[in-house]
Ligand binder design. Structure first.
Ligand SMILES: Nc1ncnc2c1ncn2[C@@H]1O[C@H](COP(=O)(O)OP(=O)(O)OP(=O)(O)O)[C@@H](O)[C@H]1O
Ligand SMILES: [Mg+2]
Length: 645
């Protein structure tokens, strides 16, 4: 284990109640937070801090489930480390210390608390994607306002109003007044519809990711519960603070009692989830809220070599929002390679050759990453890797989640695990049965609702289909099965593969990922929660081709590489006209997001960084201002471009 440096020790041993760390990439924020959590756990034990029903705990909030898992693993390792034990004054009972720390995302934490405090303490809702709102709203409109069901613009306004109401806890009437004044006269109907939507979700026991935080926020309005949570978690630590959404920030403020400690750490030069509610001003919000907070600094990048850190400084130097912080590096290293080449295959070939060299030098695939910015690059480069025989794993390709097989497997799980009949669960399964269209699906669901469990034959007047009979038999047999989660899941996947319309799109990739989760969950629906959790499935993505190799290259979008590090990073930049085309430079904030995204990509590299751009050579030579993303790095490397010639 490494020894901690003075600037790190200052944070770890800080006794201040409110601490804010705004420090550059790789300056050991995450590392320091883990050790601070251990220190705080030791203090809770020393002072025997409890609440009504048990020991008080330290809550460490990470951005993704993957990061939370890693934090937990690191803490389990560090409590046994002599340096750490000495530093934090450990009492020697490692397990007691670990038990005092809860590592979680804010969503999982909110969900857990909801479960605990929900009436009857048995809230076991299904977690569904936010898109489910639309399906439920359709049904509601059918009853309340049939004319609106097919009016796409009013429906979009309704859904967006709901989104803003849930995500930012804004009043429905305020959203309409500010954003949709054209619908002001319908305010009452909007409110009625959206209240019904919320009501229906509660009746059906389903919850979306946004709902989790929103409902938890509302729960915290109850003073008794709020104070209890404050006593239960007297220390709250937040990593990647810059990406905390506005409602999440309000939740955190509510949870922090007058006696609690709050440490938030992040880098305002890595705000890459602004589209999901993160704010470039989050650190300023903290300082405004807690004027007298302590603000320790971490100035030395412990991850990367000097040329990489210099490039990051240069990028962030152009920021219109991030607070200035000069970061230094301690490691010497190779200069950053900047390649521009109009030929896509030649750029890819450059990467292949470099990978070959790195392998010869003893660098393993898992210590290399190719980060992409455009979806097209993901598609093309993936094919290139497959042809080159390079094993890889993709991080951040959402499209796979929407494949029919996944929808069908999830629906089957829900049908099998639930005792009541939910139309929404049956629909995707029935839709993939041969010759069964939307109308027929509705009729079948009606029939299922009235049938007795032993009836498997689809009665007249509806035409019986062989698949339907098999489906119902299968569901009944699985409902009675006492096999393990993993075995039942395998059977469900196998069964789904026999359904006519999913057959073509079935890939083995879903199986290993789901099975991996199923071992960790008490119920099959828990597997879905795990798989679908906002970021979890993206961080532990579905594997592509069986049998999957142990060692593989990471192919990731930049967002998913957050917090990670690799010996070598290849960054696939994109043609500037695409940025322009998609309006990514239209506003100051959008441009800032691109700049910060590039900063995240660059700072993932420990030793080698290769930036590749599909820039057009002629344009580059003739037109100084032609290519905007280049603007971020061009001046730093004017003399050292490798043209790939
Ligand atoms: N005292 C130390 N000595 C040596 N290496 C260290 C020390 N502290 C941290 N590191 C290493 O520095 C690297 C970066 O640390 P860490 O991931 O905690 O940084 P971070 O600030 O959280 O980065 P990011 O901004 O990307 O989230 C890690 O490889 C970590 O192991
Ligand atoms: Mg970190």
């Amino acid at each position: 284990m490494f020894k901690y440096y003075e600037e790190q020790i200052k944070v770890i041993l800080s006794t201040a109640k409110r601490i804010l760390v705004n420090a550059g990439a790789g300056t050991a924020k995450t590392t320091v937070l883990g050790c601070y959590a251990i220190k705080q756990a030791v203090e809770l034990i020393r002072h025997r801090i409890t609440w009504a029903a048990g020991n008080a705990k330290v809550l460490l909030i990470s951005l993704t489930n993957k990061a939370a898992d890693e934090a937990r693993e690191a803490i389990e390792k560090w409590v046994n480390d002599k340096n750490v034990q000495l530093l934090v004054g450990s009492n020697g009972d490692e397990q007691a210390i670990v038990d005092r720390i809860v590592c979680s995302t804010i969503h999982s934490f909110a969900f857990q608390q909801l479960r605990q405090y929900a009436k009857g303490k048995d809230f076991s809702g299904f977690v569904v994607d936010n898109e489910c709102n639309e399906q439920i709203l359709d049904d509601i409109l059918e009853d309340i306002k049939p004319g609106w069901r097919d009016d796409l613009s009013i429906k979009a306004a309704l859904l967006d109003t709901n989104h803003m109401h849930i995500k930012d806890a804004e009043e429905i009437a305020d959203v309409i007044r500010n954003k949709y004044p054209q619908y002001a006269r319908h305010t009452k109907t909007f409110i009625e519809n959206l209240q019904s939507l919320e009501q229906k979700k509660r009746e059906d026991n389903i919850i979306t990711y946004d709902d989790m935080v929103h409902r938890f926020f509302k729960l915290l309005h109850n003073r008794k519960i709020r104070e209890q949570i404050g006593r239960k978690f007297p220390v709250i630590i937040v990593d990647e603070f810059q990406d905390t959404g506005s409602l999440q920030w309000r939740v955190i403020k509510k949870m922090v009692g007058p006696k609690s400690k709050l440490l938030c750490a992040g880098d305002d030069g890595q705000t890459i989830f602004s589209w999901a509610g993160a704010s470039f001003y989050r650190f300023r919000h903290f300082m405004k809220q807690y004027h007298s907070c302590e603000r320790p600094v971490l100035k030395i990048n412990r991850r990367s070599t000097e040329p990489i850190v210099t490039l990051s400084n240069l990028l962030i130097g152009q920021s219109a929002f991030a607070i200035k912080k000069e970061i230094t590096a301690k490691k010497e290293g190779k200069k950053v390679q900047v390649i521009y080449n109009p030929n896509r295959l030649e750029r890819y070939e450059y990467i292949r050759v470099q990978i070959e060299r790195l392998l010869k030098e003893g660098i393993r695939y898992e210590d290399m990453a190719v980060l992409y910015r455009s979806y097209q690059d993901l598609q093309d480069f993936k094919d290139f890797l497959a042809e080159s025989g390079i094993p890889f794993q993709i991080f951040g390709d959402k499209s796979k989640r929407d494949r029919p097989i996944i929808k069908v497997v999830f629906s089957l799980i829900k049908i099998i695990e639930s005792s009541t009949i939910q139309d929404a669960d049956w629909k995707p399964v029935l839709m993939v049965l041969e010759h069964v269209g939307k109308k027929r699906v509705e009729q079948i669901i009606e029939w299922i609702q009235t049938k007795k469990p032993e009836e498997t034959v689809y009665q007249k007047p509806y035409q019986f289909t062989e698949h339907l009979q098999k489906l119902i038999e299968f569901v009944n047999s699985m409902k009675n099965s006492t096999a393990s989660n993993a075995d039942r899941l395998s059977e469900i996947i196998d069964y789904a593969r026999t359904l006519p319309k999913v057959n073509n799109s079935i890939k083995e990739h879903i199986r290993p990922t789901l099975l991996k989760h199923s071992h960790k969950c008490d119920s099959l629906s828990g597997t879905i929660d795990r798989y679908l959790d906002h970021s979890y499935s993206l961080c532990y993505p579905v594997e592509d081709e069986p049998p999957y190799p142990d060692s593989y290259l990471t192919l990731s979008n930049v967002h998913r590489s957050k917090g990670d590090e690799f010996h070598t990073v290849f960054y696939l930049g994109t043609l500037d006209h695409l940025y322009e085309k998609y309006g990514l430079f239209k506003s100051k904030k959008k441009k800032e997001s691109e700049l910060q995204l590039m900063n995240v990509a660059v700072t993932r590299a420990r030793r080698e960084l290769h930036l590749l751009f599909p820039i057009d050579k002629e344009t580059w030579e003739n037109d100084e201002d032609a290519h905007n993303p280049w603007r971020f790095v061009r001046d730093a490397y004017r003399d050292s471009y490798d043209t790939g010639d």
